[in-house]
Design a protein around this ligand. Structure first.
Ligand code: PRX
Length: 579
């Protein structure tokens, strides 16, 4: 079947998802499983010797893994999990850096019929505990030192967690004794490969926690059927072919890694580049060039960091194999788009999606991108601008009108539930639309432009942070009487979380307490979401109904009087009324 490409005209043919289903192999005995589509299928089709992964450790330890090797090792992982008594639908949490073991674990969980729940290594014990609790993970596969520092302190509070499998920090290191844990690598070697459990499109495959403005983090569940979206978007957005080397830099724990580093490249049968290390401009340019990366997917924050090191450095690596570069997670400024072209020989194409959509939904077509825009809905994605009132939604057809971005709820990759919260799930839909919470406008050519969020989410380095989670953590400090957290604009990271705090009697404002609170938050929450600044307030600005007035705190964070805070034109009616 020929796929409609991400073309340039408004009347391009829609993709029929039912017909596209023929692109998938399906399990030999019937059913659908991500691991079969992304790994075993290629082996069955004779491509077992093709490279699935090129992985670099922090000290450039290079491992090349073929599709046949990944098929076998992930089947062994499935054998380990089934041997531990994993039942279909049980959750396996994974706390690993970008590594071969992350791939073995994910595909092994899917083969065993489990639900993969990756956790972010920069989270502290607090967010890890809440995610392990909410997902009711039965098994945890973790890096040894990550586990010791971040999970061991809260393990006693996790009654559902029955088994912990640890991966030694060095590939050849012996694990040694670790109470109540087993050695992942040793078990995998010693266990026979298991047959893939028969799952279907609807069987839950992975859960990602995304922050909410209130309440606990929301666990968005995705089914095995999502693999169709990844195969299709891999072709439509990146035109991935078997000889491509594709590098997605996302951190495990965020859906971009699961969807676009684990599933998408392998579903398309190409080679995924995996780098364990954190951002370093020379390392990254070196990888692009030496490993002959052809397609690169990263974030605006990373691009801005590279830009800081200058185009001259980039140009020394210009002799590269890149044919396409793209970005996601936050708006990509037009300068970054053109900088990519000048410095690396490939413009950055912006793409848009979110945890709930599960896959890329809007993207700039290669050769027809509009710098600064999110792009156009992919064939197969129906997107609209809506206005919402309490009881109904109205589609706005006029170009350039600001409203909420909504997607027709027929995408194979769309989330299927929020863990344990059907009410919250239902509230995300209206009249057959999934409501994204993003404010956008669409121009006359059908390109979408990001205006802002309709809620209080903070976007830092491409990661979505809920103020509520930070507020809850800091409320546990005895000095804190009240707290409000907002995002403060930041040139590099786009926003950083800032906490406004009023104190309990007996505590005094001052540098010592400020540092103590910053340290306390970092210990609890980890570096990814801890606030960067604490500001003391005598009392919190409140609404008449007693809720903290975040708008006033946001104005204070940027040093502006409250009335100067810009509320995006066309924001939800009543949006700020009861703040
Ligand atoms: O606000 C939008 C922003 O990131 C949100 C999704 O974040 P998350 O659920 O963590 O998903 C991560 C996977 C992409 C969106 O609701 N966002 C994402 N891409 C863009 C963007 N904002 C502007 N431009 C984008 N290209």
């Amino acid at each position: 079947m020929a796929l409609p490409t991400n073309g340039t005209t408004a009347d391009e043919s829609r993709l029929d998802w039912n017909a596209a289903r023929n692109l998938l192999a399906g399990l030999p005995g019937g059913g659908l499983n991500i691991a079969h589509e992304a790994v075993d299928r290629h082996v069955a089709e004779g491509a077992g010797g093709r490279r699935a992964l090129i992985s670099l450790g922090k000290r450039y330890e290079r491992r090349v893994v073929t599709y046949a090797q990944l098929a076998e090792s992930s089947s062994r992982v499935a054998g380990v999990l089934l041997g531990l008594g994993l039942q279909p639908g049980d959750t396996v949490a994974v706390l690993l850096d970008r590594s071969v073991e992350l791939y073995q674990a994910a595909f092994g969980v899917w083969k065993a019929g489990g639900v993969f729940c990756p956790l972010f290594s920069a989270f502290g014990p607090g967010p890890l505990r809440s995610r392990l609790e909410l997902s009711r993970a039965k098994v945890l596969i973790a890096g040894r030192s990550l586990y010791t520092r971040k999970v061991l302190p809260v393990r006693g509070n996790l009654p559902d967690l029955e088994h912990v499998l640890l991966v030694a920090d060095e590939p050849d290191a012996a694990m040694g004794d670790h109470a109540g844990c087993r050695d992942f690598r040793a078990l995998v070697v010693a266990t026979a490969p298991a047959a893939t459990v028969a799952t279907t499109d609807k069987s839950p495959a992975f859960v990602h926690f995304t922050s909410g403005t209130t309440g606990t983090p929301k666990g968005a569940v995705h089914g095995h059927g999502a693999v169709l979206s990844h195969l299709v978007t891999g072709r439509q957005v990146f035109d991935l072919q078997a000889d491509d080397i594709y590098w997605c830099t996302a951190d495990p724990g965020w859906i971009t890694n699961t969807a676009c580093a684990l599933i998408l490249p392998l579903a398309c049968g190409c080679t995924a580049m995996v780098d364990e290390a954190e951002f370093d401009p020379r390392r990254w340019y070196g990888i692009l060039k030496e490993e002959k990366v052809t397609v690169w997917y990263t974030t605006p924050t990373n691009i801005r960091m590279m830009m800081r090191y200058g185009a001259a450095l980039a140009r020394t690596y210009r002799e590269n194999s890149l044919r396409l570069a793209a970005s996601v997670g936050e708006p990509l400024n037009p300068e970054a788009v053109t900088w990519g072209d000048k410095a690396l020989g490939a413009p950055f194409l912006d793409t848009w999606w979110q945890t709930e959509t599960g896959a890329i939904a809007i993207a700039n077509p290669p050769g027809h991108g509009k710098p600064g825009s999110m792009g156009r809905p992919l064939p197969g994605v129906e997107a609209a601008v809506l206005t919402r009132s309490l009881s109904k939604v109205t589609v706005v057809d006029d170009p350039e009108t600001v409203g909420e971005l909504a997607l027709k709820a027929d995408l194979p990759s769309l989330f299927t539930a929020y863990v344990g919260d059907p009410g919250r799930y239902q509230a995300a839909f209206a009249d057959g639309w999934y409501l994204t919470g993003d404010l956008v406008r669409r121009d006359a050519d059908g390109y979408f432009w990001f205006v802002g969020r309709s809620d209080d989410m903070i976007k830092s380095a491409g990661h979505t942070i809920g103020p509520f989670e930070i507020e809850c953590a800091l409320m546990e400090h005895p000095a804190v009487a009240e707290i409000g957290v907002v995002g403060k604009p930041d040139l590099l990271l786009r926003e950083v979380p800032v906490a406004f705090v009023s104190l309990n009697p007996g505590f005094e404002e001052g540098e010592a307490l400020r540092l103590e609170l910053l340290y306390f938050a970092r210990q609890q929450l980890g570096s990814a979401i801890a606030p960067r600044e604490i500001q003391f307030m005598d009392s919190m600005p409140k609404t008449t109904t007693g809720k903290i007035l975040r708008r006033a705190l946001k104005a204070k964070a940027v040093g502006e009087p409250d009335e100067d805070v810009v509320v995006p034109q066309g924001a939800h009616p009543g949006r700020f009324d009861d703040e």
